[in-house]
Design a binder for this molecule. Structure first.
Ligand SMILES: Cc1ncc(COP(=O)(O)OP(=O)(O)O)c(N)n1
Ligand SMILES: Cc1ncsc1CCOP(=O)(O)O
Ligand SMILES: [Mg+2]
Length: 472
């Protein structure tokens, strides 16, 4: 059950607040109802992460901490919502003791803003980064594994500085201070994003960094939005979706249906048949290939780069993405659409850091564990195989159709099957009938042939037929 990995306990009250500036009313949900709701969710499925928001009564704090002791979760993110950015006190002093004694000791991270950190520390003034460090240390002494003191309200600071303390090291996390009135919901969103990253399997500091980067980007994106008449507005969670729509003439992001007929080139085969790489790529595209990978194991770097640039032109003039096998440097140098890496190549999480969020990353996986790791590392798809024996890759273990199915069922990413696949067996592969198997990746059945165009057309027709059979 991985589709609902987080439970947000802030449904414990309903708050009537407008973006204008203040909170106009709070309706507290009865404690026993919150207890029932908690039990209902936590006993029904293995919840990975709980994030708390506004907790309006000491009774509800108790109910929550009891629920979490009875049904432990992998991580608890405590956003001690007490004082809003607009200055409203959202939880009375009686809650403070509840936070200190019941929630902080079991929290994996607590994320107070300056006012909340000050309230938790009995009213201590926090005005400098040095104050934030000592507050983080004092809060850590109350029991949480990690503390993030948010310095958004720090006076006279050009950057938005947050202090992260894990009990050993301090990290000063800086991002640009975005000039905007649209800050409604930033704290809740930061904590929720940390929780979501933890649920995806991230460790704490990377989760906090991703969340902080997300908040900075979303604030920047929404800085000029005008909604309602009040002085404070919402920040915009949907920036990725909007930039996708705005750039719809360009393919932004990854479309899993591109994996349908994945043509992987091979320098030795092209040499054997006297095909130039550009002619080979063009023929594959004309035959219906939906994505191309340049797998040039023998090429010198400079030749590889020149070939990649030429192929990229051809691919883009046909709206087909081009990925580079193994070589992140070549992909970066020619601005390819992405890379494909194997288990002993550059790790996908490093490739993601180097290539940024918009490039496509594929990872070879033979097991559910590798598929899970690929997802955590930020890959877009996995290549699973060899499904059948192959002469193209030496010493490659065969997983068979059963191994392919096991990986597909476990994978949260779309899958392309590879290894020994061609016209004679492509239908059997697609017919294993798992929805995230999106296509086949093929080397020799396309490129170790005299006429690449004919072979690609043939395979395309077979795949199309097999997909239409599955739909009926
Ligand atoms: C789509 C796709 N799947 C798997 C592979 C194999 O990658 P890797 O395991 O790194 O082996 P090499 O191709 O580098 O020899 C792939 N290339 N493409
Ligand atoms: C690169 C690779 N990875 C797993 S099998 C394989 C080779 C696929 O080549 P072919 O399609 O010729 O079997
Ligand atoms: Mg490789």
């Amino acid at each position: 059950m991985w589709c609902l990995p987080i439970y947000d306990s802030s449904q414990a009250c309903t708050c009537v607040c407008e973006f204008c500036c203040n909170c106009q009313g709070v309706s507290v949900v009865p404690e026993d109802f919150v207890a029932e709701q908690l039990k209902s969710v936590l006993s029904d499925m293995q919840v990975d992460v709980v994030k708390t928001g506004m907790l309006p009564s000491i009774g509800i704090v108790k109910v929550l901490s009891q629920g979490l002791r009875e049904f432990p979760v992998r991580a608890l993110v405590v956003d001690p919502v007490m004082v809003s950015t607009s200055g409203d006190v959202l939880a009375g002093p009686s809650i403070l003791a509840g936070f200190r004694e019941q929630l902080l000791p079991i929290a994996d991270i607590v994320t107070p803003n300056l006012k909340e950190a000050s309230a938790l520390l009995g009213g201590q003034q926090l005005e400098t980064v040095a104050d934030m460090r000592s507050a983080a240390k004092l809060l850590h002494d109350m029991g949480p594994q990690n503390v993030l003191v948010k310095g958004g309200d720090l006076p006279d600071s050009l950057d938005a500085v947050d202090i992260f303390f894990d009990g050993k090291d301090f990290h000063e996390l800086r991002s640009l201070r975005i000039k905007t009135c649209n800050t409604h919901g930033t704290g809740c969103s930061l904590a929720s994003c940390i929780a979501a990253e933890l649920a995806k399997g991230s460790s704490m500091l990377p989760a906090v960094k991703v969340a902080k980067h997300y908040i900075e980007t979303a604030l920047d994106y929404s800085k000029d939005i005008a909604i309602g008449n009040g002085p404070q507005g919402p920040f915009d969670h949907l920036l990725r979706l909007k930039s996708y729509v705005q750039n719809s003439c360009r393919q932004v992001g990854f479309n899993p249906s591109d994996l349908f007929l994945y043509a992987v080139t091979d320098s030795r085969m092209n040499k054997k048949w006297g095909h130039s790489i550009t002619d080979a790529v063009k023929a594959a595209i004309d035959g219906g290939a939906t994505i191309i990978q340049l797998r040039e194991k023998d090429a010198e770097t400079q030749d590889f780069l020149e070939a990649a640039k030429a192929c990229l032109k051809i691919c883009h003039s046909h709206g087909v993405p081009l990925l580079i096998n193994d070589r992140i440097d070549v992909a970066l140098a020619c601005d390819a659409d992405g890379v494909h890496v194997g288990q002993s190549d550059m790790p996908a999480r490093v490739a993601r850091t180097l290539l940024g969020p918009d490039k496509v990353i594929g990872v070879s996986c033979k097991t559910p564990e590798q598929a899970h790791q690929a997802w955590i590392d930020g890959a877009d798809y996995i290549g699973c195989g060899g499904v059948y024996p192959t002469n193209t890759k030496e010493n490659n273990l065969t997983v068979g159709l059963d191994g392919l199915k096991t990986v597909c069922v476990a994978s949260k990413l779309p899958v392309v099957a590879i290894g020994g696949i061609g016209a004679s067996n492509a239908s059997s592969v697609m017919e294993i009938g798992v929805p995230n198997l999106k296509g086949v990746a093929v080397v020799s059945a396309l490129f170790d042939r005299e006429c690449i165009l004919t072979e690609t057309r043939k395979l395309h027709a077979i795949l199309t037929e097999s997909m239409s059979m599955q739909r009926t």
